[in-house]
Structure formats: C-alpha cells, structure tokens
Ligand binder design. Structure first.
Ligand SMILES: Cc1cc2nc3c(=O)[nH]c(=O)nc-3n(C[C@H](O)[C@H](O)[C@H](O)COP(=O)(O)OP(=O)(O)OC[C@H]3O[C@@H](n4cnc5c(N)ncnc54)[C@H](O)[C@@H]3O)c2cc1C
Length: 474
C-alpha cells in the first residue's frame, strides 16, 4: 500500500530532508483562529496543497474521498498528545489512521484533523514471547519480524492492514479458530485520550476491555499495543473446492452442506464459502495434523464439488503470503453481511441474495468460519467484542475498475444488504463497517455498547475523537 511504501521511517527521514521547509505547515498557515502554536518536534502538520497531504490523505479504498483541514503526522506518543491538544484548542474533530484500510474511510474526515500513525510502526521484544507493536505496523511487517522467531499472533489475511485498526475491532483470520481473535492476544495499550493525556491500560482494566473489539476511533488514540505471541504452527496446507456454472438452487445447496460440514471442522482449520460470479469456491486450510475428522470434512466437500485442488503443507510464512491479497488501493465496497449461528439464520432469504449476486458480475458473497477457540468464556469476559456466539461471519464485496460502474454496483449491494437485515440479521462485524447501517451501535457492539459509552465519557467527554459511526457520549 502506498502509505506503507512511502512512510516507512527511513523513507520518511529521506523525505523530510528533501522536503522544502515551506511544505511543513506553519501554524498560522493552517487556521486563522489558531490559539496555540504547536511544536513541530514530535509531529508534522500538512495541509491541502502539500505533496505529503495527498499521500497521507488517501486510504486503501479509492471510492472514499475526504479532505481534512490538517493531517498530523506523529512521530511518537508525545506527538499524538500535542496534536490532540492542538485539535482541542482549535475545535477540530479528530479521526485516526493507522493502516488506512477502513472500508468506509472512517479513519479520515472532512474539515477536521487526521492523526496519522504510519510512523508508529516499530516492534519491540520485551521477552521471548511478548512484543510491543506500534499501531501503524502492517501485518506483513509484523509477520516478517516474528515468524522467523517461530512466533505468531493470529491476524487477518491482508498484508497491508494496520495492526491498530485490526486489533481494536477484533481481528479474525486463518488462525482464529486455533488461537482466537487478534484482540485476544492483546495484553496492554498506551493511549492518548481526548484531552491529550497519556493513559495506560495497566491503570484501568476497563480500557483494555474496550480496546479488544470496541476501540476503533471511539475514545482515544492507541499508540502502543503489547501482545503475547504464540508458537507458530510449522506448516499450512490448503484445499480448494470449485463448482462452476451454478444456479441459485445449486449455490444454496452447496452453502447448506458447507454449513453442516464446517460445523465439524477441527480448530486447526479455517474454511470459507465464496460465491463469485457463477462459481462457488470453498477454501479449507489446516495448520495441524491431517486427522480423521479433517479427512471426513474433505470427503464431504469433495462429494458436492466439481474440481478439487490442494497444496502440500507449506512452511507457514510462505503459505500465509498466498493470502496477502492486492497491496495497491482499489475501488470497492466490502462490508459485513451478518454473523450467523447456522444456516437457519439465512435459510429463508439467501435465495434472493444469491439471485442478485449471480446477476451482478463483480459482486461476491462470502461466509467465513469463526468458532473454535474464539468461543471462550474468559475471552468473552475480558473483551468488548460481542459476537463470539456466532461461529460464522459473512461479507459482501464488490469491485470495479471503471468509476461509471460504481452507482449500479452500490445499488445492488444495498439491495442484498437489505435482504439480510430485513430478515432479522442483527449482528455485524465492526471491522467491516457499512455506512448505510443506521443502528450500527447495536449491530457492531450489542450488549457492550452501554459499557463503551462509559469509557467514551471517561476518556473523551467532549467527543473530540469521532467519525460517522463512533461511540456516542451518554
Ligand atoms: C483488503 C482488506 C482485507 C481485510 N482482511 C481482514 C481480515 O482478514 N480479518 C479482519 O479481521 N479484518 C480484515 N480487514 C478489515 C480490517 O481489519 C479493518 O479495516 C481494520 O480496521 C483496518 O485497520 P487499519 O489500521 O489498516 O485501518 P484504518 O483505516 O487506519 O483504521 C480503521 C479504524 O480503526 C480506527 N483506528 C485505527 N488506528 C487506531 C488507533 N491507533 N487508535 C484508535 N483507533 C484507531 C480508525 O479510526 C478507523 O475507525 C480487511 C480490510 C481490507 C481492506
């Protein structure tokens, strides 16, 4: 991703040397009503017209265009505190960007301040099993550091997602059923609150709870994340089951069978059902032994599928790279389409959704397995993530190259979302937000919302840190 490429620390220093000093904002240039001149030691400010502003403004989703008044490129926690104080003095709403992958651009705003954390990307080892990571560190940089030491944190699949946004919303992926959500490995956070005070979750367990699934741009800027790491599995093997030229009945029948079979999946495995065009594609991965239970799953999926391919068990670092995905920004809409307990949650409405997906090239409907060790009472009690009882997470995706296609695809997208929400789907994953969700508070946070509001009151009573779907003060 462009920011990661450009704003690695070394390149930043090079850029800073090359940059004409006039590109670095002087406070009086920024805002005619400036009340206090910010120091520039720990943070650099950019405004529209600056080369850096354009680079820092953009996110992974090319569909979203927002124009903050000022971008604060922070070098450390003190810089974040300075930027927050400056925003407070000048009454600028603050959005927070780590890796810039928010699917609805909630890490940017119009007319406010964006705190950019791409320089806070270091990884420090406290001991052989514990690391402190900057929120701007990407998943691939994390894995490049920790996998050679035989350690891992369960993450998502996208290489360039920022650890900040990923963990604060939960974080699921290929290793989730074995090792839990990303946030389940979080031990401690450092955060700058809405008045510029530096806080640590050692002093407030409730803050750590809130940052495990309820922390995305809601009440503070997280500047450091301490994680326990896990012994990395040695290998990952993947199996792909494809069925071509499906109609609605066939796509639904395979989906129903997939739900039944995936309910017996060993925790070492992950699976996804993907309807893309007229092809159903089932992915199955395994990081453990090839057990009889796994073979039974493979046999049953083979019986309902057309073409089956598999890889040999590959070393984990190389195998995960296969799932890293595109690194450059794209035009797309991708959102949570519901968390499910089982097939009966969608049995009555999924035909209509499949009809639309089959008739809309560029649209993908995907259901992923959660479950396994994500369902864990201790984790449930210590994390704001509220949806552990739902072992399936679905997402709707649509991609385009030509902007002229956008309006039609977005209309179809909304139609499918309405099919699901109209049929009682009432749980959604915050890391896959949809700007059209009106009751997003209940959908994303469920029973955790009221508790998150108390955290918001405590750390950001003036609602300085906010976006379109941020937790509201009580
Ligand atoms: C291509 C792609 C693949 C993905 N794959 C997965 C996956 O496999 N599994 C999964 O769980 N998710 C996945 N996601 C979703 C991803 O986890 C979220 O988009 C995540 O929030 C992105 O984090 P970020 O730091 O890159 O994004 P940003 O856009 O920087 O931030 C996302 C949100 O978090 C807030 N935020 C960011 N940093 C901080 C901070 N330091 N303090 C407080 N708030 C902060 C922002 O305000 C914003 O609301 C994927 C997203 C994309 C685009």
């Amino acid at each position: 991703m462009i920011l990661d490429l450009i704003m690695q620390r070394k390149q930043f220093l090079k850029l800073a040397l090359l940059t004409n000093l006039s590109l670095v904002l002087k406070p009086e240039d920024i805002f005619s009503t400036t009340k206090q001149i910010p120091t520039a030691n720990n943070v650099l400010y950019y405004k529209r017209g600056d080369v850096e502003y354009e680079l820092l403004r953009k996110g992974f989703n090319k569909r979203i265009e927002k124009f903050p008044l000022i971008i604060a490129l922070c070098k450390n926690t003190a810089g974040v505190a300075e930027a927050i104080q400056y925003a407070q003095q000048n009454n600028l709403p603050v959005a927070i960007k780590s890796g810039g992958h928010c699917m609805e651009g909630l890490s940017c705003n119009n007319g406010g301040m964006v705190i950019n954390l791409s320089l806070l990307n270091t990884i420090e080892w406290a001991d052989k099993e514990t690391i402190t990571v900057g929120p701007g560190c990407t998943l691939q940089n994390l894995y490049n550091n920790i996998l050679p030491r035989g350690r891992i944190i369960p993450g998502g699949s996208c290489a360039t997602v920022g650890i900040g946004g990923l963990v604060l919303g939960g974080g699921y992926g290929l290793l989730g059923r074995k090792l839990g959500l990303t946030c389940d490995s979080l031990l401690e956070v450092t955060m700058v609150d809405g008045s510029g005070q530096i806080r640590n979750s050692k002093d407030d367990k409730e803050l750590l709870w809130a940052c495990k699934g309820g922390g995305n741009g809601n009440f503070g800027v997280v500047t450091a994340l301490k994680f326990k790491t896990h012994k990395a599995p040695a290998t990952l093997q993947s199996f792909r089951f494809k069925t071509y030229k499906v109609n609605t009945a066939k796509a639904k029948a395979i989906l129903q069978k997939w739900f039944e079979v995936s309910a017996t999946l060993p925790v070492d495995c992950f699976s996804a059902y993907v309807l893309n065009g007229k092809t159903v594609y089932i992915l199955l991965t395994n990081v453990g032994k090839h057990t009889a239970e796994l073979q039974n799953v493979i046999n049953q999926l083979t019986a309902i599928s057309g073409k089956i391919t598999k890889t040999k068990p590959q070393p984990i670092a190389a195998a995960l790279k296969v799932f890293y995905g595109r690194q450059e920004p794209l035009y797309f809409k991708n959102a949570s389409a519901g968390l499910y307990k089982n097939f009966t949650d969608i049995e009555n409405c999924v035909d209509k959704a499949i009809d639309t997906v089959l008739a809309t090239p560029g649209m993908i409907y995907q259901v992923n397995t959660l479950g396994g060790n994500i369902i864990n009472t201790e984790a449930e009690a210590t994390a704001a993530f509220p949806h552990r009882a739902f072992p399936y997470f679905s997402e709707l995706q649509t991609y385009w190259e030509n902007e002229k296609q956008a309006a039609r695809l977005l209309k179809k997208f909304e139609e499918v979302q309405n099919i699901f929400t109209g049929n009682g789907i009432h749980t959604q994953y915050r890391n896959y937000p949809d700007i059209n969700f009106t009751n997003w508070d209940a959908l994303y946070y469920g029973s955790s919302y009221a508790r998150l509001q108390k955290i918001k009151n405590k750390y950001d009573p003036g609602n300085l840190i906010r976006h379109e779907q941020s937790v509201k003060n009580v």
